[in-house]
Ligand binder design. Structure first.
Ligand SMILES: Nc1ncnc2c1ncn2[C@@H]1O[C@H](COP(=O)(O)OP(=O)(O)OP(=O)(O)O)[C@@H](O)[C@H]1O
Ligand SMILES: [Zn+2]
Length: 749
């Protein structure tokens, strides 16, 4: 600094001096006063800092205190008095400031640096006049005044009296004189700003929704051009100026209203969001699983509602007598729990109803509740199968809590395998382990005499988790099988009694032809027959409608629209008659129920046979008779139309016959050659054994074919009559077939 300063230093003061002069001197060269400050001239004069400086030194706190600037050095005293005497202004006591050792010249320089131009009149005697002198710092050149704070800080004075200079700096920063506003506006910058604002405005107009516009366009008033200017630039003729002004005003008012509206809506939106946020925070603080719980409660309300089952009793459940008997004791327990506990007897908490779909498991459970006249809580296992953590478990908890409060009662869980199955670790059912554990805990959690009976139902008992079927849980199993012929008859009667039916209807015949039907399917059969009778305009259901709906369920709907040519119809008539003739003339064959050439489902026609009873066992001759009946179709085609005209229509007959023959050989020990031995996996047998089995099956089938051929050859006449009757009447029942085969004439229908 000193080296640089010496450039402008005429009196060649040593640069190494501890002087702040060299540091402060450049402050003399401002853009306003471009005369050089002659420090040597100043040195002789005593310049006492005046009111500005005094005020600056004078902190607001101590403004009432009068400071006197007493300059200790005697050579300065006189001059100081000259300036001080008339002044009533507060005086500065440099001693107080710790600046007593300051030389007058130094102080003067300091003042001059701080308040450039203040001491101008003292500098008239300046010897040099300079047009322009570059300042010492970039800051000074740029702003036109000295960065006095950094100057002071870097000065020797600061090094000597750091505290004092610091306080001066702090005060000076508050002094209005030095507050220079740098952000002055040029015309150029203003237009640029106007431009960018209008650009911003057009941009937002396209994309921003109204509330955003309202938000963005606030406080733009000052930038809008004046109306007069606008009229001038638009060259509006004088005649139109008034109208333009009115329009302008209206537009302005509308814009104001819009802005107000958008501001209001923005405020409302903000308020709404704030309320939502607060609610969310509150909810999370109170309960982290707020939403899940909410779902749970709503989901459970329906499941937990009990149903009083008074109208359903054991009377409504038919064909499952054993199951009803087993459940009777549960009903007794629910009616009078004390009676059982007094004797110390223990009843199972859980009863598992096992059976195929539609066999009446739900109905039985309802009947238990109905018989005992207690509330019935229904829940389906799939309801508990939740993707969300804890939901299934909490549903179970609620269900049991509700049930316990209303004991005695029955809880029925349908599809138990879907909540208590073994497949619970699958990723599709992430929380089912929790659910099943909750179910186990609930079942363990109450005593047998509390009067709550849990009845579970499943189609797949083997799929249940082992923990569920342990004693103390579902430890009583009741099988609900498909009804036998007696059961089916009862069920059919029960549902027939709910509709109008002809007295000629024999439910037993339908029951015999519906082996394997469940209670639900039989109910459906009766319902379909009633619908058919209604469609046909009949006033009651006859056997015809019942047969019709049975075939429909068994084989699919009739295909009346299918046009079958006469040749195919004739072949079908002889084929079906062939089956019927064999069945009729073979001793151990099942009795014929019906023959038809009406296409149904995938078949062109069929003959149905009815066992007298459900067959628990079948004899060898019965099996052979079945094979012979199956062969009847193809044999008939061959005998009547010749080997070249046999059709593909016999494939399912051969399937049937081959199956029977194979089972006779490999499972029933009915082949002399292979003996009384079963052959389960024929693929793993020795080639010799395999060919031996094949040989035996082939012999059985060939013999069967020959027997059928003999019968049809013997009864060729009956065969022809029956085929012609079928071509005429399409469908013949057992009685009509008998009439035809006895050579009698059918009554015209
Ligand atoms: N044995 C029966 N006696 C009378 N009606 C029956 C019988 N079995 C079934 N039904 C009728 O079929 C309907 C359905 O039966 P239910 O729902 O009880 O069968 P489920 O065994 O529970 O079937 P799923 O296993 O499919 O739940 C019953 O509402 C009832 O009308
Ligand atoms: Zn056939």
């Amino acid at each position: 600094m000193c080296a640089a300063a010496s450039r402008n230093q005429p009196d060649k003061k040593p640069a190494s001096c501890l002087s702040f002069r060299s540091s402060l001197r450049p402050s003399a060269s401002t853009h306003q006063n471009r005369h050089f400050l002659n420090t040597s001239g100043l040195a002789q004069r005593v310049t006492v800092p005046l009111s500005h400086l005094i005020n600056a030194f004078h902190s607001p706190k101590s403004s009432s205190v009068s400071l006197s600037a007493s300059i200790s050095q005697s050579q300065h005293r006189e001059a100081a008095a000259e300036h001080e005497a008339p002044s009533t202004e507060p005086v500065l006591n440099l001693k107080d400031l710790g600046l007593s050792e300051l030389k007058v010249r130094q102080l003067d320089e300091l003042v001059d640096s701080l308040l450039p131009g203040f001491c101008t009149r003292n500098r008239v005697s300046s010897r040099w006049h300079t047009s322009y002198i570059s300042a010492q710092s970039f800051f000074e050149n740029k702003h036109g005044f000295l960065d006095i704070f950094s100057t002071l800080r870097s000065s020797c004075l600061y090094r000597q009296h750091p505290k004092t200079v610091q306080s001066i700096c702090a005060d000076l920063q508050r002094w209005p004189v030095f507050i220079q506003s740098r952000g002055f506006k040029t015309l150029k910058s203003r237009t640029r700003r106007l431009q960018s604002t209008s650009e911003r405005f057009t941009e937002t107009q396209h994309v921003a929704p109204s509330f955003v516009k309202g938000f963005l366009l606030r406080d733009r008033g000052s930038d809008v051009e004046s109306l007069d200017k606008l009229m001038k630039t638009k060259n509006i003729p004088e005649a139109h100026q008034d109208a333009f002004k009115t329009g302008f005003a209206e537009g302005f008012l509308k814009a104001q209203a819009l802005t107000q509206k958008t501001n209001d809506s923005l405020r409302r939106t903000r308020l709404f969001l704030l309320v939502l946020l607060l609610l969310g925070i509150y909810g999370l603080l109170k309960n982290p699983f707020l939403s899940v719980r909410f779902r749970t409660t709503t989901g459970l309300d329906s499941a937990v509602d009990p149903v009083q089952m008074k109208n359903v009793t054991f009377e409504h459940v038919k064909g499952v007598e054993e199951a009803k008997q087993e459940l009777q004791e549960v009903v007794e327990f629910l009616k009078n729990p004390q009676k059982f506990t007094v004797l110390g007897g223990k009843l199972p908490k859980g009863i598992l109803l096992v059976g195929p779909p539609g066999t009446g498991k739900t109905l039985l459970a309802r009947a238990v509740a109905g018989e005992a006249d207690v509330p019935f809580y229904y829940a389906s296992g799939s309801e508990f199968d939740e993707m969300f953590v804890g939901v299934g478990a909490s549903r179970i908890r609620n269900l049991f809590r509700e049930a316990k409060a209303n004991a005695p009662c029955v809880i029925f869980i349908d599809e138990l395998d879907s909540v208590g199955g073994k497949r619970i670790e699958s990723p599709m059912h992430p929380y089912s382990r929790q659910t099943i554990n909750q179910l186990l805990a609930e079942m363990d959690g109450f005593k047998p005499n509390e009067g709550v009976i849990i009845i579970g139902a499943t189609n797949f008992p083997e799929a249940l988790d082992n923990a569920l079927i342990r004693p103390g849980r579902f430890d009583m199993q009741v099988t609900v099988p498909r009804p036998d012929v007696k059961g089916r008859t009862e069920i059919l009667k029960w549902y027939l009694n709910k509709i109008k039916f002809d007295q000629s209807v024999d439910p037993e015949i339908i029951a015999r032809g519906t082996v394997g039907f469940s209670g639900a399917e039989l109910e459906n059969l009766v319902n379909q027959a009633a619908l058919k009778a209604a469609v046909d305009g009949k006033d009651m259901v006859t056997m015809k409608e019942l047969e019709f709906s049975k075939d429909k369920i068994l084989m699919g709907p009739e295909r009346r629209s299918v046009e079958i040519d006469n040749k195919n119809k004739t072949i079908t008539a002889y084929h079906e008659s062939g089956h019927a003739i064999i069945a009729y003339y073979t001793k151990d064959a099942m009795p014929i129920n019906k023959a038809t050439i009406m296409p149904r489902g995938p078949t062109l026609g069929h003959v149905s046979l009815l066992p007298e009873n459900d067959r628990w066992n079948e004899t060898r001759s019965q099996l052979l008779a079945q094979m012979d009946v199956s062969m009847g179709g193809r044999v008939a085609e061959e005998l009547i139309f010749g080997t070249d005209h046999i059709t593909t229509g016999a494939s399912s007959d051969f399937d049937n016959a081959t199956k029977i023959a194979k089972r006779m050989v490999t499972r029933f020990g009915m082949s002399e050659k292979l003996g009384v031995m079963t052959y389960s996996d024929t693929g793993k047998l020795s080639p010799e054994t395999q060919s031996a089995i094949e040989q035996e099956i082939r012999i059985l089938l060939r013999d069967s074919y020959e027997r059928a051929k003999n019968i049809l050859k013997t009864h060729a006449k009956e065969h022809k009559n029956l085929a012609e009757a079928l071509l005429t009447y399409e469908t013949l029942d057992a009685k009509e077939i008998q009439i035809v085969l006895e050579g009698k004439k059918l009554e015209v229908r």
